[in-house]
Design a protein around this ligand. Structure first.
Ligand code: ATP
Ligand code: MG
Ligand code: MG
Ligand code: MG
Length: 475
């Protein structure tokens, strides 16, 4: 039985076996207390070995990090903080760990834990983070399933390079000893995948639209890849994206969907991950104490999550946001690194000002200048802006990017050419507007940015089990 289930049992003198990893061992004259965790819960179960019950040799092998199976009666516990504990009658040691095991019971810095990414799973913090990540992923599928969406698997290897100019990883299968050469002698990457150029997907959207214009409501949830060499705390080279795409949805429906969906999954975590969240909240409060008063956050983690679930997101246009930023103190005092003017792509410093200082709640910005957004977004009547939307979150900035899509064949074709994409490359995409086109909308949520927000972590490397960034691809 998993420890999570065992801890819910009442003391019964029944014999149980607990399998897991030793977190701590404390000894007193005739009694040894062993705290064991199997990853099913933040809580440890305590095993008590009373004098003579377990032989000295075995007991010596039980140390922090070792993997053990303890068999004994489930009895009432006086001191472990849990209702029950195991009175050890037999201990089997699967694997020992000596004192060089890095995850000794003390507080480690996140940097240290990142260096030991293969063993950080064995800490309470990462146990909590990855259980919450799992619950959020489950809630994503549950939300869409309950609302009539179909899970569409879009390709990881794609031939469409329409979206990610400069950000794509090529997929290569040719013989590097004898690669195909262009006339000038350079390697001809246009031949790299059995004779054509392919890359790892940066987004499943274009393919997702094909599904939506038939199944009406679809979503994708898969890995996406971007050759981001930016080394920020919010960008990974490999991340998971959730992309709903819905026929007959206009921008307003798209905003309503984004808000309802994000609130649902956060609420799901609040209801189903209470213990892990409480653990992370306590950890964050301790960290806050070391910060100067003016840098401490006003809300605790749980208060922040409840606030987002209970309050409507602010909605305004990009143009209105620029006006607010132009009137803001940091702009007037020239404190923004990137100066504000209509037409700029908002930087996270601007996004975070709007969310954290001005509105103090999540914000949905719409109707961005067309020149800073992708070619497929539906143009507004003024010819200057498009029906785009970004959802901005405190501490993070952009968490969702989406839009109503251009559904007019001629306009889409013209825009494709205008931005320098060869229509031949996306003939299949353009054809969907030729045959039975329909208004439709969708968005992309970066799953790790959601997990960042819910866990209160500050570095995206800490919310994905195996982070891929320019400096980390150890395994
Ligand atoms: P940003 O402005 O933060 O670079 P973006 O506008 O390039 O993001 P989109 O193309 O709109 O990103 O992708 C949709 C969502 O995917 C974003 O809102 C964000 O949540 C997430 N995302 C984008 N790039 C990354 C990345 N490199 N690592 C993790 N998540 C990302
Ligand atoms: Mg980007
Ligand atoms: Mg952006
Ligand atoms: Mg975006």
């Amino acid at each position: 039985m998993q420890i999570k289930e065992l801890l819910k049992q009442s003391p019964s003198e029944q014999e149980v076996t607990v399998k897991g990893w030793v977190r701590t061992k404390r000894g007193q004259a005739a009694v040894t207390f062993i705290a064991i965790n199997d990853g099913s819960t933040i809580h440890n179960i305590q095993a008590v070995a009373e004098g003579g019950a377990i032989d000295e040799e075995t007991l010596k092998l039980v140390s922090t990090g070792a993997c053990v199976a303890v068999t004994g009666k489930l009895i009432a516990s006086m001191g472990s903080g849990q209702a029950v504990e195991v009175k050890a009658e037999k201990i089997m040691v699967y694997g020992t760990a000596d004192e060089t095991f890095p995850m000794q019971p003390k507080k480690h810095s996140m940097e240290f834990l990142r260096e030991k990414a293969h063993l950080r799973f064995r800490t309470n913090t990462f146990g909590a983070i990855f259980r919450i990540r799992h619950a959020l992923a489950y809630a994503v599928h549950k939300y869409y399933n309950d609302n009539g969406f179909f899970y569409l698997h879009t390709p990881i290897i794609t031939a469409s390079d329409a979206e990610g100019a400069g950000e794509m990883f090529h997929v290569t299968n040719f013989d590097m000893e004898k690669p195909p050469r262009a006339e000038d002698g350079s390697i001809d990457y246009s031949q790299d995948f059995f004779g054509r150029q392919t890359s790892l997907t940066v987004s499943g959207q274009l393919e997702g639209e094909l599904g939506a214009l038939a199944l009406s409501k679809i979503y994708t949830f898969g890995p996406t890849f971007r050759a981001e060499n930016s080394n920020t705390t919010r960008h990974l080279a490999e991340f998971w994206m959730i992309e709903p795409e819905v026929a007959f949805y206009e921008l307003e429906d798209n905003m309503a969907l984004a808000e309802d969906f994000v609130q649902y999954v956060i609420k799901y975590a609040l209801e189903n991950c209470a213990e892990d969240l409480a653990f992370l909240e306590k950890r964050l409060l301790e960290e806050e104490k070391n910060k100067p008063q003016n840098e401490r956050s006003e809300l605790s983690l749980l208060e922040k999550l409840k606030f987002v679930v209970d309050n409507k997101f602010e909605r305004l246009t990009y143009t209105e946001a620029i006006e607010i930023l132009l009137r803001s103190k940091p702009h007037k005092e020239k404190k923004f690194q990137y100066p504000v003017e209509w037409g700029i792509d908002l930087q996270s410093e601007h996004e975070r000002y709007l969310v954290e200082k001005h509105f103090k709640k999540p914000v949905i910005l719409t109707n961005y200048p067309k020149d800073i957004k992708a070619f497929y977004m539906k143009q507004d009547a003024d010819g200057k802006t498009v029906r785009a939307m970004d959802v901005l979150f405190p501490g993070i900035g952009e968490i969702i990017g989406g839009s109503q899509r251009e559904d007019d064949y001629e306009k889409l074709l013209a825009r494709t050419k205008e931005v320098g994409i060869d229509p031949e490359n996306i003939w299949w995409y353009l054809e969907t507007r030729k045959f039975g086109s329909a208004p439709h909308s969708g968005f992309g949520l970066g799953f790790e940015r959601l997990v960042l927000f819910v866990t209160g972590m500050t570095n995206i490397r800490d919310v994905i089990p195996f982070p891929r960034t320019p400096k980390s691809a150890e395994f």
